[in-house]
Design a protein around this ligand. Structure first.
Ligand code: GLU
Length: 486
């Protein structure tokens, strides 16, 4: 296995959306593959027919791709090891379950749900640590089994776990892990509907797809002894295991929907940049051994190693995500920001039918990029670049619109109207002249002017705003404000 190229997989069950924990698993697999020139497979574990959700697969793939995690093989990208949907691989699981039955390592179980329920109750009354199947059907003889199979009554296939064994494996993150086989149930491998359970399908596929490293969440650690037994029963070489730490809410409870968004698509809809989300998720359980927190995907690929993944739970800190979002936004070129802003405008009901030139939007980007942490803040923090202000901040009105303001603004308007194709400095120059003429400080003009053209009391430099809006629009807005003040 040492000389093989590393081959990893992300194996989600399609539940309808990509959980951030799922994204973390997918990302670590992706980073591991890319760092080691390996391959990254997407396999869909859709063997639970009760949990089928319409459109779930498409959603999942869309989110994975949005995050930039291109897979080498998977649904829609067939390779040597397909199909990549477990529901299309049923014959394989059947074949392997029969092989185990043949060898006495698995067996048919015909117990009714009622018997299993009664058994569970009995074991609870005996205060056994966990309910376990009592191997009742293992005691049937061949003829009985044949007869039952012929009769067509419901059956499952169970793993035949030998008691009193130690099941030991090495985990890259947890080190040596040991389980007692007395605590491992005779796991159902094939359900009564003929579909495999997660355990069988997962092991069969990891083997047949030549997966070298199984990187998955810690919640699967307790399933691993069953997998180890399966590998041993089949006589297959085991992959390397790495179980990633749990994701926690700030109060250290398990990350849950109740305490915030957990779906990648929610963060996308809220305007988070994929680079920021990926950077943030990468740090949930991993660090490069220094204080660095800002990473591009390429830097993550370069630095990532499983050895530096921690064991302890990783707290999901929204503040940090917000901070990273702002950092990533600021690292973008104006052209990148322009295209993101155009997308935002396109998705804005009020603005989508307006047209703004690239030159105009680039000026807005330039003026605002240091002041925003999210792309949509270009619209929410400086709406006046996109729509004429209809309202003016109340407190700012009281502060800067005085009795004499309309007259002063009119003077300013006239001075501006004489300017020919004004640059920023021309506005400044004209304003200073008017202030001198009126014998007042420039502030007495700047504040009311800012409020008149933007409706707001803060923002980029007022001359930048004037320049971006253009003379015609500036004059119009001053006129409207003068009417309003009067
Ligand atoms: N289908 C499992 C899940 O939904 C896969 C776990 C594994 O990677 O083995 O996460």
């Amino acid at each position: 296995m040492i000389n093989e190229i590393p081959k990893v997989r992300f194996a989600p069950s399609p539940t309808g959306y990509l959980h951030v924990g799922g994204l973390r698993t997918a990302l670590y697999n992706y980073l591991y593959a890319k760092h080691n020139n390996g391959e990254f497979i997407l396999r869909i574990e859709d063997t639970d027919r009760n949990r089928y959700v319409e459109g779930a697969l498409e959603n999942l793939i869309e989110s994975i791709k949005w995050c930039g995690l291109e897979y080498d093989e998977g649904p829609g990208k067939e390779g040597k090891y397909g199909p990549y949907l477990q529901s299309q691989r049923l014959a394989l699981y059947k074949k392997y379950s029969e092989e185990l039955i043949e060898k006495g390592l698995a067996y048919y179980c015909f117990c009714t749900p009622e018997r299993l329920e009664a058994l569970k109750k009995e074991q609870q009354q005996q205060k056994l640590p966990q309910a376990k199947y009592d191997k009742h059907c293992l005691r049937s003889n061949k003829a009985e089994i044949e007869a039952k199979l012929k009769s067509g009554i419901q059956k499952v296939v169970r793993l035949n776990v030998e008691p009193n064994q130690k099941i030991i494996f090495e985990d890259v993150i947890h080190g040596r892990v040991e389980f007692d086989s007395n605590n491992v149930d005779d796991q159902v491998l094939i359900k009564s509907d003929g579909y495999p359970t997660y355990h069988l399908a997962n092991v069969v596929d990891d083997h047949s797809m030549k997966i070298t490293h199984v990187i998955r969440g810690e919640e699967w650690l307790s399933s691993t002894p069953k997998h180890i037994l399966l590998y041993d029963f089949f006589g297959w070489e085991k992959p390397v295991f790495a179980h990633l730490p749990l994701l926690l809410n700030p109060n250290r409870s398990k990350l849950s929907k109740r305490q915030g968004d957990v779906a990648v698509e929610d963060y996308r809809a809220k305007g988070y940049l994929k680079d920021a989300l990926v950077n943030f998720v990468a740090l949930l359980g991993w660090n490069a051994g220094d204080d660095k927190e800002f990473y591009s995907m390429n830097e993550l690929i370069e630095k990532f190693s499983l050895e530096r993944v921690n064991k302890s739970g990783a707290v999901f800190d929204l503040e940090k995500l917000n901070w990273l979002n702002a950092e990533h936004l600021r690292k973008k070129t104006d052209e990148e920001l322009l295209s993101l802003l155009k997308f935002e405008i396109h998705n804005n009901l009020e603005l989508k039918s307006q047209s703004y030139s690239d030159e105009y939007l680039l000026n807005v980007v330039n003026a605002m990029k240091e002041r925003v942490s999210f792309i949509n803040e270009f619209l929410t923090k400086s709406p006046y670049f996109f729509i004429t202000p209809l309202e003016y901040e109340e407190t700012a009105q009281q502060k800067s619109w005085k009795y004499e303001t309309p007259e002063q603004l009119k003077k300013l308007r006239n001075a501006f109207s004489l300017l020919n194709n004004p640059a920023k400095e021309d506005y400044e120059h004209a304003l200073k002249n008017v202030a001198a003429e009126l014998n007042i400080g420039v502030g007495k003009l700047i504040h009311p002017l800012r409020l008149s053209v933007s409706g707001m009391s803060t923002g980029p430099g007022v001359y930048d705003i004037l320049h971006i809006l253009g003379k015609g629009e500036v004059l119009k807005r001053i006129d409207t404000a003068v009417e309003k003040i009067k």
